[in-house]
Design a protein around this ligand. Structure first.
Ligand code: GDP
Length: 454
């Protein structure tokens, strides 16, 4: 697995690694079987083995980086959970809700040969109310004779239906051209003013205390603006002034409004988490100290790591902690959270207000690490010292050397090493460890990539 990551990293052009914050988001919505995954595959131009139409199957990946006509954007495939017949309406409604809140544009996929079903009509009513641009893809139009089927989808009242064949690629270019005309350059859902408020996602499993934390932040301090309506219903984000500085909490709509789903609730929670992370710069992952650290907690942290955002761990409900539970907690942290030992920790109680004042310094520390740039000269002096002290082991009579290194990007700090051969995963971990010893990078992931010079 690690080797694969190295191969991928090695093939990267260092100039291309530049991290683009808050790319515009296109969400794909539609009921099962209409061809959402085929269309996603077609757009991203890859066969990512996305298997559709297996009822009850949950896919892990929901976000994909895509590019069309030189424009970069994120595709959120909301259809990873394929419910059984009973759960379809709720599931497709949840998809639409997430898309409306967290996407810049929505692509609604309909099977043109079947026509709109009752489930489709349900989504259509939600989509008609949104101000977000909505595109209708009339899928499965494999040849020109089927085009009249697409035209009949005019009746949905969502504008011009685009006849496409996800399977053969027919019409997809035209559709993307039109989408690019309205998709903003940077996400309008999280406006990217340079020097604007920093964007925070509050994450955690249900009942961990997210809305309590938000209420405390927004209640005791001044709520500056309630803006950026995703819909006419309520705001998606909230801006709050804390100790003289404005912070933007993203997807507070998702915290305040709970979707009640019998099936697929975990999937939609992950989807919402991933989508919120797209908009955020730093995540506060809340963990309930009165409960054992769970797989779900770890999964949420892994989503943050995958997103490359900065991370703060907030251990909540500290008021409920007794001595016995506390001993277990320390052990759980050592066992399950060792891979994020670099994340600042705050031990809080959203209920009593305990240590709430420590949250902002932790956020600032994590963001500072995330923004860090190490000058190339300093970085190479570090590499020279490191390799002199501890050279790479000889492998099969050869010893890979590091020729030169540079920081390709920040947010998060990403380094590229130019080498004469593949570095052992263990050696790469050693480099990362030494980097952290010297520069800290508390609260930020650090990537070390390689380019092998033949
Ligand atoms: P969310 O689902 O993550 O938004 O969680 P909530 O904020 O709704 O909190 C779930 C429950 O935990 C509520 O009953 C809160 O009152 C309670 N709660 C939240 N924070 C704390 C805390 O620090 N201590 C205690 N004892 N209870 C808390």
């Amino acid at each position: 697995d690690d080797d694969l990551a190295i191969l991928e990293a090695a093939s990267d052009d260092p100039d291309a690694i530049t991290y683009l914050p808050a790319l515009p988001v296109l969400a794909i919505v539609g009921r099962p079987n209409v061809g959402k995954s085929a269309l996603v595959n077609r757009i991203i131009g890859r066969r990512e083995a996305v298997v559709e139409d297996t009822p009850g199957v949950t896919r892990d990946r929901v976000n994909y980086k895509a590019e069309w006509a030189g424009r970069h954007f994120t595709i959120v495939d909301t259809g990873g959970w394929e419910p059984d017949a009973r759960g379809i309406d709720a599931s497709v409604a949840a998809q639409a809700e997430i898309a409306i809140d967290l996407a810049d544009a929505v692509l609604f996929v309909v099977d043109a040969n079947v026509g709109p079903t009752a489930t489709d009509e349900h989504v259509v009513r939600m989509l008609r109310k949104t101000k977000r641009p909505v595109f209708v893809a009339a899928n499965k139009i494999d040849d020109v004779r089927q085009e009249p089927n697409a035209a009949s989808l005019w009746s949905l009242g969502l504008g011009n239906p685009y006849p496409v064949s996800a399977l053969h690629g027919r019409g997809v270019a035209d559709l993307l051209d039109q989408i690019m005309k309205v998709l903003p350059e940077v996400s309008a859902v999280a406006k990217q003013e340079v020097g604007g408020p920093r964007r925070v996602a509050i994450l955690g499993r249900p009942n961990v205390g997210k809305s309590s934390l938000l209420n405390r932040a927004a209640g005791e301090e001044r709520v500056v603006v309630n803006e950026l309506a995703g819909t006419t219903r309520d705001p998606v984000d909230e801006q709050v002034e804390i100790a003289g500085k404005i912070w933007r909490f993203v997807d507070t709509a998702g915290i305040r409004r709970r979707v009640h789903l019998q099936q697929g609730a975990d999937f939609y929670a992950s989807l919402r988490t991933s989508a919120a992370l797209e908009k955020a710069e730093v995540a506060v992952v809340m963990i309930d100290v009165s409960q054992p650290v769970s797989e779900q907690d770890v999964r949420i942290i892994d989503l943050v790591l995958e997103s490359g955002r900065a991370l703060v761990l907030a251990f909540n409900k500290w008021d409920l902690l007794d001595d016995e539970r506390r001993r277990y907690l320390e052990r759980e942290i050592e066992q399950d959270l060792a891979h994020v030992s670099w994340a600042p920790r705050v031990n809080i109680s959203a209920k009593t207000g305990r240590h709430m004042e420590k949250l902002v310094p932790a956020l600032e520390l994590a963001l500072e690490s995330w923004d860090t740039r190490i000058p190339t000269g300093k970085f190479n002096a570090f590499l020279a010292e490191l390799t002199a002290e501890h050279p790479h082991p000889v492998r099969g009579g050869k010893q890979p050397r590091i020729l030169f290194g540079t920081q390709a990007s920040s947010r998060p700090p990403t380094f590229v090493l130019f080498t004469t051969g593949f570095l052992d995963p263990g050696y790469r971990r050693y480099i990362t460890r030494r980097l952290r010893e010297i520069w800290g990078f508390e609260g930020s992931p650090v990537n070390v990539n390689m380019r092998v010079r033949e």
